[in-house]
Design a binder for this molecule. Structure first.
Ligand code: SF4
Length: 336
């Protein structure tokens, strides 16, 4: 077992089996999760023989930083070699007093959304829970970056790696001390996963990547939409809102001439009708080399139309686009 996976009761049982007092487990826990020191040899308040036994029993695999790039706006992107193989990217975004980490949940992605660089990679493998958690841990404890919010919006579809993502979520909350309110899951629309999230009681946030409320257009952008009707996703989102007395955020990347017209705004309004409780987050598109899409020239007009229709609609300015760290740009290219 790794130290990342061991629970406090498991550590206590392990200590008791070796005739050690239970409080030793809490000491180890504090070293790992509060002080950010997972090396048993550095746990200076433990007896030497115990440190030796811990090192023999528990491994603590680490992420290896392969590349770090910083944007003109302060956003930083990290390329890691993962302990279980493969490379993924994590983005750290400082903005207006928030420090948000965007974590990856899969190596690559199987869904091939047409506007997304990650989708062009295909899926190499699922990340484990601790590999997802370590992206945040390493930024905080090894690189010393402040972190206030975590979003599951990096490489991969989080709800297609549900158990590992929930392990990482629980680690963020119960091991690293994050409030669930500051954690957001983002999905391109996996009804089963949304319904599972709906049954949880923690007050996290959910974002659904809609990108078009017109089914044919959405199918052209998101191949998965050919297999999962928008109505089925909407029903799952309603279940989420009703069970949790909550809202969802609809993510909408504005693509020039594709989904930014009057009919698109009207379809969006029809999608956001009661009992669905949703606000719309319009996202500026970051061009990906080799893909045919361009950022919309109608962002403000589209937002105005939504507001006139009575929707809550905000615009998210692109962050880190110059280092390919923006939404949909994570493709493990190393900026020169
Ligand atoms: S947008 Fe998300 S779900 Fe779609 S291909 Fe990219 S990473 Fe995968």
């Amino acid at each position: 077992m790794t130290l990342w996976e061991a629970s406090l009761p498991e550590l206590e049982a392990w200590m008791l089996q070796r005739g050690q007092p239970g409080y030793r487990a809490r000491q180890v826990w504090n070293w790992v999760w509060t002080k950010g020191q997972p090396d048993p040899w550095a746990m200076s308040d433990l007896p030497k023989a115990l440190r030796e036994a811990l090192a023999a029993e528990f491994s603590a695999p680490r992420l290896v930083l392969l590349h770090r790039t910083e944007s003109q706006d302060g956003t930083q992107k990290f390329l890691w070699q993962m302990p279980g193989g493969g490379t993924v990217e994590t983005v750290w975004i400082p903005h207006e007093g928030r420090h948000t980490v965007c974590v990856s949940s899969q190596v690559g992605c199987s869904l091939n959304c047409r506007f997304c660089a990650t989708g062009q990679l295909g899926l190499e493998r699922q990340l484990t829970g601790y590999e997802i958690l370590l992206q945040v841990y390493t930024l905080r404890h090894e690189l010393g970056l402040p972190i206030t919010h975590v979003v599951f919006m990096g490489m991969g579809e989080p709800l297609l790696n549900y158990s590992a993502v929930m392990q990482a979520f629980e680690g963020l909350v119960h091991r690293m001390g994050f409030s669930p309110r500051r954690i957001t899951f983002s999905t391109v629309g996996i009804p089963k996963g949304i319904r599972r999230l709906a049954q949880r009681t923690e007050p996290f946030e959910l974002a659904f990547s809609l990108h078009s409320a017109i089914p044919e257009k959405r199918r052209a952008l998101i191949p998965l939409a050919a297999h999962i009707p928008l109505d089925e996703i909407r029903e799952a989102l309603i279940d989420y809102c009703v069970r949790r007395f909550d809202w969802v955020t609809l993510e909408y990347v504005l693509l020039d001439g594709v989904n930014d017209g009057e009919e698109d705004a009207e379809a969006l309004r029809a999608f956001v009708r009661k009992p669905l409780q949703a606000k719309v987050n319009l996202i500026e598109y970051n061009p990906v080399p080799g893909l045919p899409f361009r950022p919309s020239q109608r962002t403000r007009a589209f937002q105005k139309k939504l507001l006139q229709q009575g929707l809550l609609a905000t615009v998210r300015r692109s962050r880190g686009a110059d280092i390919a760290a923006g939404c949909g740009q994570l493709a493990r290219h190393v900026a020169k």
